[in-house]
Design a protein. Structure first.
Length: 69
């Protein structure tokens, strides 16, 4: 498998991760709105996942840039 094909194979898992983070975000907002005691926990998980996704995207960009050099 070439590097171009490998990058394409990352697209689907990255989209699923992003979709999961969006789902947690919506769940967090709903729980906060009804003042559910689990809202803070979901918010902590959501923040952790957003940070992890941001780091993942940075690393992907670094890999792409290194490959271009």
């Amino acid at each position: 498998m070439g590097s171009q094909e490998a990058w394409l194979h990352l697209e689907s898992p990255a989209a699923r991760i992003s979709g999961g983070i969006d789902a947690i975000s919506i769940m967090t907002m709903g729980l906060a709105q009804v003042r559910d005691p689990y809202a803070d926990g979901f918010n902590a998980v959501w923040n952790y996942l957003v940070d992890a996704e941001r780091d993942f995207q940075k690393q992907l960009m670094a890999c792409q840039n290194a490959e271009m050099d």
